[in-house]
Design a protein around this ligand. Structure first.
Ligand SMILES: Cc1cc2nc3c(=O)[nH]c(=O)nc-3n(C[C@H](O)[C@H](O)[C@H](O)COP(=O)(O)OP(=O)(O)OC[C@H]3O[C@@H](n4cnc5c(N)ncnc54)[C@H](O)[C@@H]3O)c2cc1C
Length: 390
């Protein structure tokens, strides 16, 4: 793989080793099947056990809970490699690790952590994260899903969630709900909801033209009875799910680069072999500008994510820095995928090549985990001190 800026020299041997093992997995197990899975609109579930063995689920969470205990750069490199395969495969791992395991780790009781995290790390228990609702996307604080405490300390959950990755695959859902009739976002708490609980339903979202190799579902909760210990005890307020999103967005900043790398490499190879007007198209200046722009943006993005990972490991990164990285890297990856598709001419629209698949996938990545616009507003507020959300 082209490493134009010798970024490998800024990685430790252990970091390169983790990256290379996931790279091999993607080359050998994901790339041969992903085009077909995408066309069929199927998440390749058969990959889950191997991903568990590789330690990609919750890889940056501690070993004492059965996780790999890796640093955040290693975690980011895993996301990069998975998304070099497909954004759907990376989304599966992001949701499992950053959005289902992380809240249990950060807000769960010791008993919840010991019960759920080891089998989730192995991929034996799948989780999803229910925050978005049909009428509350960028503004989750308006959510209407409600959990009411019953006299005996148990809970009754009612409401619905929309666009939930892994929703129909999951064994447990981490559901965010307002509590006890309090409509303020202070009352938001997280609940672990086993998906076989009576009243819980997951329905797959049909007709997706993006992230087709990923399950996306609508969840509904009708009088779902939950035991007292279903609540994540230290969750409280909207800041709890937002902390999970910060974890996931960090990984996405790396992941999007993986998609961009796949597109760049495909375009580079194609430019050297596709002959038109008796010369490889890579010999024409216009294609070289395209490739130079792609390469430059990938290198810049990698440096942003790598530095962010070091800040995260040092415990000094901010959610606003994560917004910058997610916003920039997904944006440049989307542009790179589009340019790669164009460079490939008619072949660029085939599932046999990856550019169009990545291009379509990245439209979802651009929208989820805070839309590009929402991250613009976060950055705008950070530098001006003025809130432009409302
Ligand atoms: C494939 C996929 C998987 C997903 N997985 C999950 C998941 O696992 N769990 C989960 O909880 N959610 C998930 N989501 C939901 C995702 O997080 C939301 O789609 C996202 O937050 C945007 O919400 P929305 O789609 O309702 O758009 P809206 O919030 O309705 O936004 C519509 C448009 O308005 C813009 N906009 C919104 N507010 C403002 C503002 N204040 N100023 C200017 N412009 C604004 C947006 O940028 C966008 O362009 C997923 C979405 C997709 C597509």
């Amino acid at each position: 793989m082209l490493d134009f800026f010798n970024i490998d020299s800024a990685l430790s041997e252990e970091e390169r080793a983790v990256r290379d093992s996931v790279r091999r997995f993607v080359d050998e197990r994901v790339l041969p099947i992903i085009g077909d899975a995408y066309v069929q609109g199927r998440f390749p579930r058969e990959l889950i056990p191997e991903m568990g063995e590789l330690g990609v689920f919750g890889a940056n969470l501690p070993e004492e809970y059965g996780c790999a205990g890796l640093n955040n750069v290693q975690y980011g490199l895993i996301m990069q490699e998975l998304e070099r395969g497909d954004s759907g495969v990376r989304s599966f791992a992001s949701v499992q690790g950053a959005l289902a395991m992380y809240p249990i780790y950060a807000f769960g009781s010791e008993e919840q952590k010991r019960r759920w995290l080891p089998p989730m790390a192995r991929g034996e228990v799948i989780g999803c994260f229910g925050l978005t609702e049909p009428d509350y996307g960028s503004n989750p604080s308006g959510m209407i899903t409600m959990a009411k405490e019953q006299g005996d300390g148990t809970w009754l959950l009612n409401g619905s969630k929309m666009w939930i990755t892994n929703g129909s695959t999951a064994n447990i859902a981490v559901v965010w709900a307002k509590t006890n009739g309090d409509a303020s976002d202070r009352s938001i708490r997280g609940f672990i909801v086993p998906t076989d609980t009576a009243g819980f339903k997951a329905k797959d979202q049909k007709g997706k033209l993006s992230l087709r190799a990923s399950d996306t579902s609508e969840l509904s909760f009708q009088d779902v009875h939950l035991p007292a210990d279903a609540i994540l005890p230290t969750s409280g307020g909207l800041k709890s799910p937002l902390m999970c999103l910060t974890q996931a967005r960090y990984g996405i900043s790396w992941g999007a680069l993986g998609a961009a790398i796949a597109c760049f490499e495909e375009a580079l190879e194609y430019s050297k072999t596709r002959v038109m007007f008796e010369r490889p198209i890579g010999g024409y200046q216009i294609q070289q500008v395209r490739l130079a722009d792609m390469l430059t943006e990938i290198v810049k993005g990698q440096l942003v994510s790598l530095h962010l990972g070091r800040l995260k490991d040092a415990g000094t990164f901010t959610p606003q820095q994560v917004s910058l990285a997610k916003r920039n890297n997904v944006n440049i990856a989307t542009e790179i995928a589009r340019e790669a598709r164009r460079l490939l001419g008619a072949n660029g629209i085939l599932a046999e090549y990856s550019a169009m698949r990545h291009m379509a996938n990245l439209e979802s990545v651009y929208t989820y985990e805070g839309t590009h616009d929402v991250h613009s507003l976060i950055l705008g507020q950070a530098v001006t001190g003025l809130n432009a959300f409302k």
